[in-house]
Design a protein around this ligand. Structure first.
Ligand code: IPE
Ligand code: IPE
Ligand code: MG
Length: 253
């Protein structure tokens, strides 16, 4: 399809989306990079490189729509079990992404927060994401949260550990522990829960992502592979979300 045609479609979808309620927080399980590459006879890392471009598209879509929080699953605890060549390609891409996007993210008011077991990242990747976080710290238009070396079960266990430590130190009573207090010990403390969780590439599972936080998120699985997930797909996902009725267990009276 010619570029001008694509631009027209995208602008129509954007205008349509802006007529409805835009979610505050969108979370995405960015899946399918490997299959995208394999389908083209390319090495898997080429899919990850192309996936980084899709991250750009998602960020721009959020800025155009006024989404305030975007949380991306970039690397899971379980992904450490992949071949070391793929892991090091991913670490390199992370450094590349952090360096190449920093100034634009800062200029557009995007604040980058990185969470997960960051100690396991390569020193270069850890340094690069820390720098990116510091350089964009004053951004107030969009929070871009990158879950890296992340697993929801370890996040929940970590929260429990922190509460027990506070209790043993005499700073917390057991009866003070409720859902609100528990949440304060999660990596995502202070941000609202995701309204919409998108998973690309057709897999219908959570793969240890934000198990606590997605309690009432609307779920959307799309067959589109992550490197192909462009702004138009993002707007379509939001339009789908806008057709849902969120009931939170209640009935209309
Ligand atoms: C998602 O794509 C990126 C990461 C998990 C880092 P995959 O690499 O899982 O791609 P598929 O699922 O093998 O196609
Ligand atoms: C989930 O994708 C993790 C990320 C997108 C970073 P995976 O490809 O690792 O998940 P599974 O193996 O299909 O469950
Ligand atoms: Mg996958």
């Amino acid at each position: 399809m010619p570029d001008t045609e694509q631009t027209k479609i995208r602008e129509r979808l954007l205008a349509e989306t802006l007529q409805g309620e835009v979610p505050t927080h969108v979370a995405i399980i960015m899946d399918g990079n490997g299959r995208w590459a394999e389908a083209r006879g390319l090495p898997r890392w080429e899919g990850h490189r192309e996936g980084a471009k899709a991250v750009r598209e998602a960020v721009i879509a959020c800025l155009e729509l006024g989404v305030r929080h975007l949380t991306l699953y970039a690397f899971s605890n379980e992904n450490w079990l992949r071949p070391s060549s793929e892991i090091s390609a991913l670490m390199d891409l992370l450094v590349e992404y952090a360096n190449s996007e920093e100034s634009e993210l800062r200029e557009r008011g995007v604040r980058v927060n990185v969470f997960g077991d960051l100690e396991r990242l390569s020193p270069e990747a850890r340094e690069a994401v820390k720098r990116l976080g510091a350089a964009t710290g004053s951004g107030s238009v969009l929070s871009l949260n990158l879950a890296l070396s992340y697993g929801s079960r370890s996040e929940i266990a970590r929260a429990a550990r922190r509460l027990v430590a506070a209790a043993l130190a005499g700073r917390l009573k057991p009866e003070e522990v409720d859902a609100e207090r528990f949440e304060q010990e999660l990596y995502t403390a202070g941000s609202p829960d995701p309204d919409l969780l998108v998973r690309t590439s057709g897999e219908q599972r959570l793969s240890n992502f934000l198990l606590w936080q997605v309690a009432y998120a609307e779920l959307l699985v799309t067959p589109v592979l992550w490197p192909d997930f462009d702004r138009a797909h993002f707007f379509e996902a939001i339009l789908d979300y806008q057709r849902r009725e969120r009931r939170y267990g209640r009935v209309e009276v």
